[in-house]
Design a protein around this ligand. Structure first.
Ligand SMILES: Cc1cc2nc3c(=O)[nH]c(=O)nc-3n(C[C@H](O)[C@H](O)[C@H](O)COP(=O)(O)OP(=O)(O)OC[C@H]3O[C@@H](n4cnc5c(N)ncnc54)[C@H](O)[C@@H]3O)c2cc1C
Ligand code: SF4
Length: 551
């Protein structure tokens, strides 16, 4: 049998053990003098990574640290441990995306960048679409780049739930700051807001609601509104062009198109991982892969990390693996203005309001490929075309909620590697999102909208006045009356002080395993209240610093 190694040009080139950085050094960079941290320069996501065409038969390799998943969580850990002198392999199931690999057409883009072609949904009383990427860089390649710190009270709530008293805003602050500096996170400038975002601000201002430009991990954003299908301007500092190239520069080996499937276990330790190569876009299985490692960090995302643990029969003593799935359900309505606003111009999600955040409600401007939004227009034939003709006057605004009462599960699906996702949307959370919908409607009118397309069952297709829109507040909505989607998912390998309350400890290490860590949104004990990426990265940075310190 031919057993090519995966070293060669990608063999680690980082410092030797004696030169390895200690936690003191790592956290010094995360401390107050972090102004010295140089922002990462955007790199080529394909440079130095192994791709499917590079594999010729079975793949075997060994390393000190195996990181599974190159999204916001995994890429941070890979870079930090590689820079600390560890011999790191980063495994990613998806391919790297060069600019020419992105597709603007929605269907084609979904099929190439998202799991299950973008059609994944949580099942319960209703279907709730939930998107996860399959790409080097994970969700950061397709997301809107919103980087928001969770407020202090989020961590208090987490501690109440699972005892994670050491995870406070103060403790995470240096990690937030370091990630922000490395990614160049800054407020969306007015010049690239576009009228769609500015109308939302106008509505909030008129109602006396606080609102602000979103902070994003972008450089020289041109406001093209294409974040969802991949930034062709390479302005978005997704992890495939930031943290992953930095990890490679520090000697990490990056193997894309490899799916990690099972942990190899020996007592309380994992000795490696088995998986397969996966052909990009056909998603056909290729050759077996076996990687031996001294330490493993799972960061395959909130849907895949629990599947790996469940299929390996690992970390299961608490019974929490794959349970406690939480989502941020979201609803959008379309404001139709009397004058053209060309909504395709401007940063994808340039403005938001945190005014009702403590009540679990976040209000945002939205944009996605025109075909995706148009699928929600009401009517048929002439009526449908009437809406298409007014597209240039429309702006989608959305509400997302911290669905504190709702829970779900992630389980392996028979005969495949996709998860069986279930989510019970609690009536009290539906009431909460309806409240947000009512506020959004007020924002639309205050911003000067002439009508609203609410996209709700049992409500007129078009509401032409604030009086008509009262129905959005007065009618008792059922979750099934809505088109709810949720791209923020967390909680399926939650962090807890005591081993019986969760899957990993406050350092991210599995309670049941001595050398397996989790560093993605699975570990959140509850909602982060805001968009989750930045908190995921700050936690991953903290987990990486902890590993460096203890090893
Ligand atoms: C359309 C969209 C817009 C969003 N907008 C924002 C936003 O603006 N701001 C924000 O904060 N959040 C946003 N989010 C959410 C955010 O992107 C996610 O919370 C974040 O990406 C989660 O990071 P992660 O590392 O936990 O997982 P992921 O980003 O899902 O990364 C996991 C990686 O692991 C890989 N993987 C999975 N299984 C395996 C396996 N078995 N073997 C090898 N590799 C595997 C995946 O391909 C993926 O690359 C958005 C999400 C979507 C889908
Ligand atoms: S709005 Fe356009 S230029 Fe700006 S980050 Fe998104 S895709 Fe890139």
């Amino acid at each position: 049998m031919k057993l090519p190694t995966v070293g060669g040009a990608l063999q680690p080139a980082g410092p030797g053990r004696s030169e390895r950085r200690s936690l003191a050094a790592a956290t010094a960079r995360a401390g107050d003098e972090r102004g010295a941290v140089e922002p990462l320069a955007p790199g080529d996501p394909r440079a130095g990574v192994k791709v499917f065409a590079d594999y010729d038969g079975e793949v075997r390799a060994s390393c000190e640290v195996l990181v599974v998943g190159s999204g916001p969580g995994g890429s941070v850990v890979a870079k930090e441990l590689a820079e600390a002198g560890r011999d790191v392999i980063l495994l990613e199931e998806g391919p790297p995306f060069g600019v020419e690999d992105f597709r603007q057409e929605a269907g084609e883009s979904l099929a190439r960048t998202l799991r299950e072609g973008g059609m994944r949904a949580a099942r319960g009383r209703m279907l709730i679409p939930t998107m996860q990427a399959i790409a080097l860089g994970g969700g950061s390649v397709v997301n809107s780049a919103i980087c928001a710190r969770s407020p202090a009270w989020v961590f208090d709530k987490w501690a109440e739930r699972t005892g994670t008293a050491s995870i406070t805003l103060d403790a995470l602050l240096p990690h937030y700051q370091r990630v922000e500096r490395l990614l160049g996170v800054s407020p969306t400038p007015m010049e690239v807001q576009g009228e769609r975002n500015l109308r939302f601000k106008r509505g909030c201002d008129a109602l006396g609601l606080s609102s602000e430009p979103t902070h994003r991990n972008v450089r020289d954003c041109r406001g093209s509104g294409e974040c969802f299908t991949g930034c062709r301007n390479r302005a978005k500092m997704s992890t495939d062009v930031s943290y992953v190239p930095a990890a490679i520069r520090a000697g990490a080996r990056v193997l894309t198109s490899v799916r990690a499937e099972h942990l190899l276990l020996s007592g309380r330790r994992a000795t490696g991982m088995r998986g397969r190569t996966i052909e990009p876009f056909t998603w056909r299985e290729g050759a077996p892969v076996e990687i031996r490692a001294e330490l493993i960090v799972l960061a395959a995302g909130c849907m895949a990390t629990p599947l790996i643990l469940l299929r390996s029969g690992a970390a299961s003593s608490s019974g929490y693996v794959g349970n406690e799935l939480q989502l941020h359900p979201g609803l959008a309505i379309m404001a139709v203005f009397p004058d053209p606003i060309d909504p395709w111009e401007g940063a994808t999600q340039g403005y938001h309001s945190l005014h009702f955040l403590e009540q679990g409600i976040k209000l945002e401007v939205l944009w996605s490929p025109p075909a995706v939004l148009a699928a929600r227009f009401p009517g048929f034939g002439h009526d449908y075309q009437r809406h298409l003709r007014t597209y240039h006057r429309m702006a989608p605004f959305d509400v997302i909620i911290a669905a504190e009462q709702s829970r779900g599960t992630v389980r392996p699906k028979r005969g495949g590697w996709d998860p069986d996702v279930r989510f019970d949307y609690a009536p009290r959370d539906v009431e909460k999102i309806q409240r947000g919908l009512g506020i959004l409607s007020d924002i639309c009118w205050a911003a000067g909208a002439g009508s609203i397309l609410p996209g709700l069952h049992g409500v007129p297709d078009e509401l032409r006045s604030p009086e008509e829109a009262e129905i959005l507040k007065s009618k008792r909505l059922d979750g099934r009356d809505t088109i709810t989607a949720a791209n923020h998912a967390f909680g399926t390998a939650r962090m807890s002080r005591r081993s019986r309350d969760g899957v990993v400890d406050e350092e991210g290490r599995c309670h049941d395993l001595d050398n397996v860590y989790v560093a993605d949104t699975s570990v959140f004990p509850g909602s982060p209240a805001v968009n989750p990426m930045l908190t995921c990265m700050a936690l991953a940075d903290r987990i990486a610093c902890g590993i460096i310190d203890r090893w």
